[in-house]
Design a binder for this molecule. Structure first.
Ligand code: SAM
Length: 210
């Protein structure tokens, strides 16, 4: 078993355990902003207990994937309570069981912080996104503020141990490295919370860029 596979297995156990715990409903403004922009065939990666489900526009064709079976069970109950129609499926963000160019929208909500190979997860998201489709993301990231970043650095060993939660990640680097075009980039909370929208270029635009 590789180090990434062992860490992925540890994360599955953590989020299976956490699925049994009550969760706060904080962060609704971010989730409303994020999910409100989803269109068409939509994939949410690491949907967890389905905290985002109330915020998607009605009529969306939504698929959610997560590593944790227990979290998905909670998401299924929440979808049923809300009357939301979603396909929820267990799987790994770094090996998505979908063909290339399949989704109109791919969503990340506070999930790249937990995936061992976050670069691989972004690459997979871009693979399954159709040309012209959009990647929507809200994540906590490395702060540009030196004092805050120092606090993140001090806390990270604890959050990694307890929740497999990285505090110093930069998803923007991966999004740009995959050739997506940035449409929106906002930071709040001393630059810790990042909101991002990026579009996958059409094939001819990609060719022109090379
Ligand atoms: C911090 S929780 C966020 C859940 C949800 N997105 C939210 O905003 O409430 C991170 C989620 O990512 C999932 N996860 C971690 N690694 C994953 C992977 N490699 N593939 C799919 N899901 C993963 C965990 O099981 C967990 O449900």
């Amino acid at each position: 078993m590789s180090a990434n596979d062992a860490e992925t297995e540890r994360i599955r156990r953590i989020y299976d355990r956490r699925a049994a715990m009550a969760r706060s409903s904080g962060g609704n403004a971010n989730l409303r902003w994020l999910c409100g922009q989803a269109e068409g065939e939509t994939l949410e990666i690491g949907i967890g207990r389905g905290r985002t489900l109330p915020f998607y526009p009605p009529g969306l064709r939504l698929t959610g994937i997560d590593l944790s079976g227990a979290a998905l069970e909670a998401a299924r109950r929440r979808a049923a309570d809300l009357g939301v129609n979603a396909t929820l499926r267990q799987g790994d963000a770094t090996a998505l069981p979908y063909p290339d160019d399949h989704f109109d929208t791919v969503v990340f909500s506070f999930v790249l912080c937990t995936i061992p190979d976050d670069r691989g997860a972004v690459a997979e998201a871009v693979r399954v996104l159709r040309a012209g489709g959009r990647l929507l993301l809200v994540e906590h990231v490395r702060s540009p503020n030196r004092a805050v970043r120092t606090i993140e650095r001090l806390l990270e060993p604890i959050t990694l141990r307890l929740q497999a939660d990285h505090l110093l990640r930069e998803p923007l680097d991966h999004v740009l490295a995959e050739g997506l075009e940035l449409e929106t980039l906002e930071r709040s909370w001393f630059g810790v919370v990042e909101r991002l929208v990026a579009r996958k270029p059409e094939a001819d635009e990609m060719a022109e860029a090379v």
